[in-house]
Design a binder for this molecule. Structure first.
Ligand SMILES: [Zn+2]
Length: 362
């Protein structure tokens, strides 16, 4: 049994130190990708760490990543460190290389936000901006009540307005409007940006380097915040052929993000886009998000709205806002990495099972 208290961290600095130590101990080689655009809350350098083990000419590569959505990385990092410490990667099949990506969005991880240093949702940011971005007129309609200047001062008022919108249009339309991604409001929710972010460019490079000359590359990207407490949804990414492959590896309950059967709304520009694009010619890729449920969706959205308000409308470090900021940070932590031992045990076991399935797939 892994020591989960020693695996699940409470700060980016601690998570990073633990990941690097556990990876080194398990025989992995580490590479640093330094984010030169931002620093952590204590001025610490922000780094995506990549740990690799296995032959350089392996046929198969298994990538396990954490922190695409910043704060969700506390769960992903905890799972990675627990698996390393428990010896899950001590003996690998001879044709497999394992690549662990730690804190793909280190700004969000360190500052306990879902977004990056530019308020960008990395899983809406990975698209070809030159080819044009999706329009989301329903988000435009909702933005004034979702992310008003005074949201943190009178949330109940604005929540009631949102309730009216849901009553008029229905919850599925609301979820699609809010979370499918928008490219017009940098101070809004689920903003996809106007160019590839540092994390998006870095991930592309990591996949290119990780894939090498492999013929078969798997990606498992750990997330939290959607679904029932402690439950796992395996969200299949990519085209139908890739989804079918994912079902053969992880089970028939793999959902299809694009197919409307996931807890998540269909999105554009998630990290599977560069993953599939960067694979060597002729190689096959298979990608899933491991999505662990926390609290209910309304509470998660409220936490995101409060956090968005804190960073776009007030200064989270200003003295007069410190109390409010601390309350908001507690709310968003509860929404994305619950301080609950049973939850940690459950998600760690589910992640371990998915990793074993990925490693043994042929
Ligand atoms: Zn996520």
């Amino acid at each position: 049994m892994a020591d989960l208290d020693a695996a699940f961290s409470s700060s980016y600095r601690q998570a990073r130190e633990r990941f690097r130590a556990a990876a080194t101990q398990a025989g992995f080689t580490l590479t640093e990708y330094v984010n030169d655009r931002a620093t952590g809350p204590e001025g610490e350098v922000l780094v995506t760490d990549v740990a690799v083990k296995g032959p350089a000419d392996a046929d198969r590569v298994v990538i396990l990543s954490s922190g695409t959505h910043g704060i969700e990385g506390y769960c992903g990092s905890g799972c990675q460190v627990a698996l390393l410490s428990a010896g899950e990667f001590d003996v690998l099949p001879s044709n497999v290389r394992v690549v662990l990506v730690h804190a793909l969005n280190p700004y969000g991880f360190a500052h306990k936000r879902r977004v990056n240093e530019d308020n960008i949702d990395l899983n809406r940011n990975c698209l070809d901006f030159a080819a044009g971005v999706p329009t989301n007129t329903d988000y435009e309609d909702l933005h004034p009540v979702l992310a008003p200047e005074d949201y943190g001062l009178r949330p109940a008022h604005w929540d009631a307005q949102v309730g009216e919108w849901i009553k008029a249009r229905g919850f599925p339309a609301f979820q699609a409007a809010v979370s499918s991604g928008q490219y017009t409001r940098p101070d809004g929710l689920f903003y996809g940006g106007s160019a590839p972010s540092w994390s998006a460019r870095t991930f592309r490079q990591i996949v290119r380097e990780a894939a090498g000359s492999a013929r078969d590359i798997l990606l498992m990207d750990i997330h939290t915040g959607l679904g029932a407490f402690g439950e796992l949804e395996k969200i299949g990414l990519g085209n139908q052929v890739a989804i079918e492959r994912a079902r053969r590896i992880w089970g028939s309950d793999v959902t299809n993000l694009a197919g409307g059967e996931s807890n998540s709304a269909p999105v554009s520009g998630d990290i599977s886009v560069p993953f599939f694009e960067e694979l060597p010619a002729g190689a096959q890729g298979t990608a899933i998000a491991l999505e662990f449920g926390t609290v209910d969706g309304v509470a998660v959205l409220k936490a995101l709205r409060l956090d968005n308000w804190l960073y776009t409308q007030v200064d989270p470090n200003a003295k007069q806002d410190l109390q409010k900021a601390a309350e908001i940070k507690a709310t968003i932590e509860a929404a994305f990495h619950p301080d609950d031992d049973r939850w940690r045990v459950r998600v760690h076991e589910l992640a371990r099972d998915a990793v074993r399935q990925g490693l043994s797939a042929s």
